[in-house]
Design a protein around this ligand. Structure first.
Ligand code: SF4
Ligand code: SF4
Length: 312
């Protein structure tokens, strides 16, 4: 049998915010959306990427090792500062510069795993999960690597591992239900109810996402579904959108939502990828705003958790 491989840009152990109990989070590379506030832009593409942490670079101390190591002449020095030609790096296959950098300023984001490799990591972590914990598949969007995901889910089932997913639900409806059938717990993002506004900030219309949520709510799936909304000022935090979300949830009989305050943690990752973060100056969502949104949901008999203050 040829083992399938999956590309993951991170694996985090001991997470207590991504599903019940203590969990291991597997971040799959590749995403069909590109939300402009994204905190994990390194997960957008289904390929390995170069990341450059300027604050670790020792060019000011005379280091130029990466310049000679790059076979494509993509790195230049000016005023003791390294600059990178990202157009060249986006097509690089060798990443020779990362081997030359002893200071971890240059690194490859994304590693290939066989299902056996990944199960080895999960088996190692299992002792820390306790009774309620398990594994959460996040990203990027794990559905983009459906075959690998299904193989891992099958192995998890065989070992009685609790499985959760954080998903955009932007995938074809048959695939969606087929994969969800193997999953115990799901977070699905509802970023905006208006399709045009959704497209403007995420790059895609929300029709497929809402359709998949609807199909799931009408299916015989036995798992627990919690919708999630990252609260973005002047985008989805309006009364109009919150009430539209309430109506959508009530129509489908869904009664749990997790609202996530905006934070700027993605900023350094955007610059490590050579991009400018559009929310550089944006403040974290004020607690009063989150409380107002929470009250609207609670007044409609929908359990609304703020951030990591959840019931699971
Ligand atoms: S090898 Fe690393 S530390 Fe040295 S100049 Fe290049 S990026 Fe900076
Ligand atoms: S990723 Fe490739 S092209 Fe870019 S600097 Fe490194 S070796 Fe050169």
């Amino acid at each position: 049998m040829i083992e399938k491989k999956g590309l993951l840009f991170d694996i985090q152990s001991y997470s207590v915010h991504d599903g019940p109990g203590c969990r291991t989070i597997c971040f799959f590379s590749g995403c069909p959306l590109q939300c402009d506030w994204c905190a994990n832009p390194e997960g957008w593409t289904y390929k390995q990427k170069l990341m450059f942490a300027k604050n670790k670079c020792k060019a000011t101390k005379g280091c130029t090792r990466c310049i000679n190591a790059c076979p494509y002449d993509a790195i230049h020095l000016s005023d003791e500062q390294i600059s990178i030609d990202w157009n060249l790096c986006n097509n690089c296959k060798t990443f020779d510069c990362t081997k030359a950098c002893y200071h971890e300023a240059l690194k490859i984001c994304g590693n290939w795993y066989t299902s056996a490799d990944l199960m080895k990591v999960l088996s190692r972590d299992r002792q820390y999960w306790g009774e309620k914990g398990g594994v959460t598949f996040s990203g990027g969007e794990a559905f983009l690597q459906k075959e690998f995901l299904l193989e891992i889910l099958k192995l998890c089932k065989e070992k009685y591992i609790h499985t959760a997913i954080e998903t955009t639900a932007y995938t074809d409806p048959n695939t969606f239900l087929q994969v969800m059938d193997q999953i115990d717990f799901a977070f699905i993002d509802v970023k905006h109810m208006d399709r045009e506004k959704h497209k403007k900030k995420t790059g895609v219309y929300n029709d497929l996402i809402l359709k998949n949520i609807e199909n799931l709510s009408h299916s015989s799936w036995k798992g627990r579904l919690v919708l999630r909304m990252p609260v973005i000022r002047s985008f989805n935090d309006t009364d109009e959108n919150i009430h539209a979300t309430v109506q959508f949830m009530k129509r489908l009989g869904l009664f749990e939502i997790n609202i996530l305050p905006f934070h700027r943690l993605g900023d350094s990752k955007w610059s490590q990828l050579g991009k400018i973060y559009p929310y550089r100056k944006e403040e974290a969502t004020p607690p009063e705003k989150l409380n107002i949104i929470q009250d609207i949901f609670l007044n409609n008999d929908i359990a609304c958790y703020i951030g990591s203050d959840t019931s699971f």
